[in-house]
Design a protein around this ligand. Structure first.
Ligand SMILES: [Zn+2]
Length: 242
């Protein structure tokens, strides 16, 4: 099996494809997070325009603007697209406030699994604290591969019990920015050591100056904290086959 591809679109945004199936995760394709004073300006142009995507599903792990993009969500999920939004309750509420029709949204809360033709998604908690109490991470099973997108979550030593970990992971997608409750490079390397994925890809850095994150630090920490486990840095827009 496999023939599964993974593309990074910057920030925490990824596209997973297999055959004709296309699943997006946490796409931020606008500059909607920028404040009036210029803070949270995006540092890289979006690698695609919303209209260039033809997704079957878009997963949003939580409602924050760099994961549920107010500037593009209505273009991504509209009557002109086939795309369905998959997200937890608070994110659904916010998406509807931006103008997304409720019948285009599939709810996925912590502990729930959705089975589709060709893939399944299991939602686990991500500990984003009071900033987003129902935020999720997702285990995506597709083409015989298990991809774990952690979402925005702090590091905690009881993490395996916290998420109810029970399956081997082929690809771990982990934030490394170290701010707003997220793991830094050292925490991410500890996650890697705990979860022992076959491949780890860091994300959630260099989208905004305020976010922090240094992939070079992550590589160094992963080599010392999780020796023997593979990691890989992707270029924005790069697509790899899993
Ligand atoms: Zn967040």
């Amino acid at each position: 099996m496999s023939n599964v591809t993974l593309k990074w679109l910057g920030g925490a945004g990824f596209i997973i494809e297999k055959g004709g199936l296309c699943i997006g995760i946490d796409l931020y394709l606008s500059n909607a997070c920028m404040n009036e004073d210029g803070a949270f300006k995006r540092l890289m142009p979006p690698p695609v325009l919303p209209g260039d995507l033809d997704m079957d599903y878009l997963i949003a792990s939580h409602e924050h603007g760099d994961h549920l993009d107010p500037g593009s969500i209505c273009d991504l999920i509209s009557k002109d697209t086939k795309t369905r939004l998959i997200c937890p309750t608070v994110t659904k509420r916010d998406a509807m406030s931006f103008g997304v029709d409720s019948d285009r949204i599939i709810l996925l809360n912590r502990g729930e699994t959705l089975d589709f033709d060709g893939f399944s998604i299991r939602a686990v908690p991500s500990d984003h604290g009071d900033a987003s109490p129902d935020a999720i991470g997702v285990f995506i099973n597709i083409g015989g591969k298990t991809i774990y997108f952690m979402g925005d979550t702090c590091f905690r030593t009881d993490f395996m019990e916290y998420i109810g970990w029970k399956e081997d992971i082929d690809v771990l997608l982990v934030a490394i920015n170290g701010k707003f409750g997220n793991p830094d490079s050292r925490d991410a390397a500890h996650f890697m050591q705990m979860l022992k994925p076959k491949l780890t890809i860091p994300c959630h850095f260099w989208l905004f100056a305020e976010h922090g994150g240094n992939p070079g630090d992550f590589i160094e920490y992963s080599e010392s904290i999780a020796p023997g486990l593979a990691s890989m840095l992707l270029c924005i827009g790069e697509k790899i086959e899993l």
